[in-house]
Write a protein that binds this ligand. Structure first.
Ligand code: ZN
Length: 679
């Protein structure tokens, strides 16, 4: 499970022109790399990389190569035409010798940048198909003016035929309108554009997996995590992602790099982790994936760590299929002292939470938490990335072996640094008091909220015996995120945090409470197009919490929406009372989860989380537009190079930060693209 950034705002930076070395000081590091459509691209710094041992640097290098080799898999998972479309666009972009400064070509370039950001033709966040702003005729003109050999044209076919095939998929709003469809009452499998299912209905998929599941199995595998479900000659079956199976070519290359990584592992335990992952990729056997996950969660000694595989299931309308992702990172030892304090006190937090005793864990196991520095982002973590991760996702592994939770601090640093002084806080906060508090405590309380969300929130509570872990179905994800967020919010305001030395000041939590409510009730709507509902799980959870608390505040007036000079603001009158309300809602959400109360989940989500308040939405969009900020952000990765001596031995690994967004994606498409157009 992952956490994403709360407050999205950006500065209008200049495009980077000068190369950057790691020795460069923070003051001159330019965080903003590119800006287009509703996106701003940032870069992040890998603090402390040069201080690692040569062996650790080499390990990071091989793992980072493995992280980049899976890029094509994600494109294909998102939609079966994505690789063909990306290759067509890139073929045109690199080989067109006409006017590249024309307005139409700029629109074409923007569309290509959007496709890279989304790893496909659907918006990475809203899930809606991105519609090109250039014309179909211009698209055909571009395609016809370049050598067909530069594009993914089938043997004997012409560029025109390729464009004819792709045009409706790209331009027709009725074809593949949404990456995942969550609307109630329709076949979610048939109406979603993702490539996890073909020729099957939702009912057939349910029946297929229900037959496999054994209700008495106490340690079930994550059914369907690494496969596509298809129907051939009337028979429903899985095509498994593995060497020799689906995505074989990319997985083979991932495994080759993992082999090299295993040879420079920090210790034997870590080597076993890598070897067991290789075993999984070779067989596609989900029991082996669980073996790997258990080994991985127990490896707490290594400084370098990584995620690589089919992990998160947010992009499957049925919540089973894992999208491919990778992150390579190393522990930030100084900052990890903070999360160590939290996890050392995990039992205290569990015992003192406001939820019913029946739903609490008697014994909280193995909550390990650390602050990490990311070295590379890949697959579903790139270009848009989470700021915190808690894995593994399998409930029984979490129950029996615990989970590893991370806060990604060099990413939040980039967000914070790029946002300084962009006018966002001044526009949307009620008074200087809130703005000053945000400047003083915003970063630390944001990081703490992520720590609490990831290392305590997701790991807290338990299901009553006999309750199925997917009883809440499509409402499961937003309810789970709501639960984790509330756990964090409730404890942010607890004097225990001051006692533990995590914050110096008992007032600090107010910064997060204010920005959370403001974001959930108002400013996150900058990410929603006029007239649309909220779909994304984290956004649903934030609106749920904020609007529920606003409604429950009607009598006490703890928080209200006030108007001044025609603008609406969140005004908090009683922070203590808000904390009580967070606790009250946490108790209810935990009850829903623990008892598998589908109707309760549905009622909360549909009442508070989905529909947008139209007048507020219009106002927020107008005020936001006036600031000229981008509602979404993505990242470019640094570039690592092996330095070798005359004998060919590796003597060092260099890191540099001078690659542009366009250059990086074109390079990745040349260097790490092994899959055929159709898989
Ligand atoms: Zn989460």
């Amino acid at each position: 499970m992952l956490a994403s950034i709360l407050l999205l705002a950006s500065c209008t930076g200049n495009k980077k022109t000068e190369p950057t070395s790691e020795n460069e000081t923070d003051a001159t590091f330019e965080y903003t790399v590119d800006k287009f459509a509703d996106i701003e691209i940032l870069r992040y710094q890998v603090h402390g990389f040069n201080e690692l041992s040569l062996q650790q640097k080499e390990l990071i290098y091989y793992l980072s190569q493995a992280a980049l080799e899976g890029r094509d898999i994600l494109y294909d998972q998102h939609n079966k035409y994505n690789l063909t479309i990306r290759r067509t666009l890139e073929g045109i972009y690199e080989n067109y010798f006409g006017d590249k400064n024309s307005e139409e070509f700029k629109k074409f370039e923007t569309y290509l940048k959007q496709v890279w950001m989304a790893n496909g033709i659907h918006h990475h966040y809203s899930e809606d198909k991105i519609l090109p702003e250039f014309s179909k005729e211009y698209f055909l003109h571009l395609a016809n003016s370049i050598d067909p050999a530069r594009m993914p044209v089938k043997d004997g076919a012409s560029a025109s035929e390729l464009i004819e095939m792709l045009t409706p998929i790209m331009f027709d709003p009725a074809i593949y309108p949404k990456r995942i469809n969550q609307a109630a009452g329709v076949d979610l499998v048939k109406t979603s554009a993702v490539n996890f299912y073909e020729n099957v209905s939702e009912q057939e998929v349910d029946a297929f997996y229900n037959k496999m599941k054994d209700p008495n199995d106490n340690t079930p595998v994550s059914y369907g995590l690494n496969s596509k479900v298809v129907k051939e000659d009337g028979v429903v079956k899985e095509e498994v992602y593995k060497i020799g199976g689906m995505y074989s070519a990319a997985i083979q290359r991932i495994v080759n790099w993992l082999d090299k990584a295993a040879n420079v592992a920090e210790n034997d335990q870590q080597k076993q982790v890598i070897l067991s992952l290789i075993d999984f990729y070779k067989t596609g056997d989900l029991e082996k994936f669980d073996d790997y996950s258990v080994l991985w969660v127990k490896d707490l000694n290594s400084q370098v760590d990584f995620i690589n595989g089919f992990i998160e299931t947010y992009t499957d309308p049925l919540g089973m299929k894992g999208t491919w992702e990778s992150i390579v990172n190393f522990k930030n030892i100084e900052a990890t002292k903070r999360t160590a304090i939290i996890s050392d006190n995990a039992q205290w937090f569990e015992d003192n939470s406001p939820v019913d005793k029946r739903f609490k864990k008697e014994e909280v196991k193995g909550v390990s938490a650390k602050v990490i520095t990311v070295a590379i982002l890949g697959g579903d973590c790139y270009p848009a990335t989470p700021i915190g991760i808690n894995l593994p996702n399998a409930d029984w592994i979490r129950r029996d072996h615990g989970s590893k939770s991370v806060t990604i601090e060099n990413i939040t640093e980039a967000y914070d640094k790029a946002s300084l002084g962009n006018g966002f806080a001044e526009e949307f906060m009620w008074s200087n008091e809130e703005v000053d508090r945000a400047k003083k405590y915003g970063s630390i309380t944001n990081n703490l909220h992520t720590d609490l969300h990831e290392c305590l929130g997701h790991g807290s509570g338990k299901l009553l015996p006999g309750v199925n872990s997917d009883a809440l179905k499509a409402y499961g994800s937003p309810i789970e995120e709501t639960r984790a967020d509330l756990f964090g919010l409730y404890y942010l305001g607890d004097p225990k945090l001051v006692e533990l030395g995590l914050v110096l000041d008992g007032e600090a939590y107010k910064a997060q409470y204010y920005s959370y409510l403001m974001n959930g009730a108002m400013t996150q709507l900058t990410r929603i197009q006029p007239g649309k509902d909220i779909e994304q799980a984290h956004m649903r959870n934030r609106q749920l919490i904020a609007t529920w608390v606003l409604e429950k505040s009607k009598e006490s007036n703890a928080v209200e929406m006030k108007e001044r000079d025609g603008k609406t603001y969140i005004v908090v009158n009683d922070y203590e009372k808000i904390r009580e309300l967070f606790g009250e809602l946490l108790a209810e959400v935990q009850r829903i989860k623990s008892t598998g109360d589908f109707e309760g989940a549905k009622n909360l989500i549909e009442t508070y989380a989905v529909k947008v308040n139209q007048p507020t939405h219009t106002e927020v969009l107008d005020r936001y537009a006036a600031l000229n900020l981008s509602p979404y952000r993505g990242f470019v990765n640094p570039v690592y190079k092996l330095i070798k001596n005359d004998e060919g031995e590796v003597t060092d690994v260099s890191v540099s930060y001078n690659e542009s967004y366009v250059d990086q994606h074109l390079r990745y498409s040349h260097q790490y693209s092994s899959l055929p157009n159709n898989n």
